[in-house]
Design a protein around this ligand. Structure first.
Ligand code: FMN
Length: 165
């Protein structure tokens, strides 16, 4: 049995949904058990064999819950296989090529010893609350998350954890 935690930081639900998609894909492999949790609710990493941590990007940074998760669990994370993802770009850039993490995000990725970091497209709905978000939604709102790309990334995680003989 391989137990994987998928922890996410999400303000408007788009990244939480990506985490669910990743969790569902990981579960497809027999013997893999997955917990998908908001980063703030993931208290104890005991019993997990691997961790996926992902966050929405706001002004170049992960949301506070995801940053706190990485900080609080650093000692455990460095001894586990960890994969990281960000969700942000409100255009097709994350589907067309690799979007490197910002300095702030790269630092977290390095500190927890993540094996990989990927940036997925983001989502901002037209009814987004907040002055800046509403304006941004008008200019660049939409759903730029690529479910196939996300699923493929999750499959690569399982492959690395359970290499076929
Ligand atoms: C105020 C604001 C600031 C944002 N800043 C960034 C940013 O710096 N980089 C980025 O790639 N995306 C940025 N985004 C886009 C969000 O990361 C994107 O909408 C994401 O999917 C939100 O995830 P959530 O629904 O899980 O909160 C920003 C969005 C808003 C509303």
């Amino acid at each position: 049995m391989t137990r994987i935690l998928v922890a996410h930081g999400s303000k408007r639900g788009g990244t939480a949904e990506i985490a669910e998609w990743i969790g569902a894909e990981l579960c497809e492999t027999p013997g893999v058990v997955v917990d998908v949790r908001p980063a703030a609710e993931a208290r104890d990493l005991a019993g997990y064999d691997a961790v996926v941590i992902g966050s929405a990007v706001y002004v170049g940074r992960w949301v506070p819950e995801a940053r706190r998760f990485a900080r609080r669990h650093r000692a455990a994370l460095v001894h586990l296989p960890v994969w990281a993802f960000s969700s942000g770009p409100l255009d097709r850039s994350a589907q067309e090529g690799e979007v490197p993490p910002t300095r702030s995000i790269a630092k977290i990725v390095e500190r927890v010893g993540a094996r990989d970091h990927v940036t997925f497209g983001g989502r901002l709905t037209a009814d987004a609350k907040g002055f800046v978000a509403a304006r941004l939604a008008k200019e660049r709102g939409g759903d730029y998350r690529d479910r196939d790309q996300i699923r493929a990334w999750a499959r690569a995680i399982v492959k690395e954890l359970q290499p076929t003989p």
